[in-house]
Design a protein around this ligand. Structure first.
Ligand code: ZN
Length: 169
């Protein structure tokens, strides 16, 4: 079984690199073949939606892992940044979920490159747009799990409520 998975990893590595001839993304190793899951997610983005894939490749230099249930990112003001995929998503092994998180965090990195920290006071608006970008990607997936879109819609509503309560902009 392990051998089959390694072979699959090699296959997805090869197809992933063929999609990223121009710019490479460094993927940290960790967990139980988690880097392979991340490579599979990148391939899924590439074959699903070129616009989402461009967003990732143009803004992400490195993909790493973070303990917990929230993926996040670390921007560089004038370069590509790092996306941290949370261990909860990696343990679930759902490629679509990991791909959606990559698209979401890449959007945040693109905003940092454009306007930097100034956007911090418009955090809720940025989050709503990030979930809209993620949702648009999910809607293009031929086999998206229903909870993925439902989560985006719930988060958009949650942040809209925060704005209307004056908790953030
Ligand atoms: Zn976000």
């Amino acid at each position: 079984m392990k051998k089959i998975f390694s072979l699959l990893c090699l296959v997805c590595s090869l197809s992933y690199h063929s999609h990223t001839a121009a710019q490479t993304i460094r993927i940290d190793r960790g967990g139980d073949d988690w880097s392979c899951l991340i490579e599979e997610a990148l391939v899924k983005i590439a074959v699903t939606d070129q616009e989402s894939y461009r967003l990732v490749v143009e803004n992400v230099e490195r993909i790493s892992m973070i303990t917990g249930d929230r993926s996040t990112n670390e921007p560089l003001p004038y370069g590509r940044g790092t996306v941290y995929i949370c261990t909860a998503d990696l343990k679930s092994g759902l490629i679509n979920n990991i791909a959606a998180a990559l698209v979401h965090e890449s959007y945040h990195l693109s905003i940092w490159r454009l306007i930097g920290r100034n956007n911090l006071n418009r955090w809720c608006s940025e989050e709503i747009t990030a979930y809209r970008v993620e949702l648009a990607f999910i809607q293009r997936l031929p086999d998206a799990e229903p909870f993925l879109a439902a989560h985006c819609l719930r988060m958009i509503q949650e942040h809209r409520s925060k704005i209307s309560r004056g908790e953030c902009r």
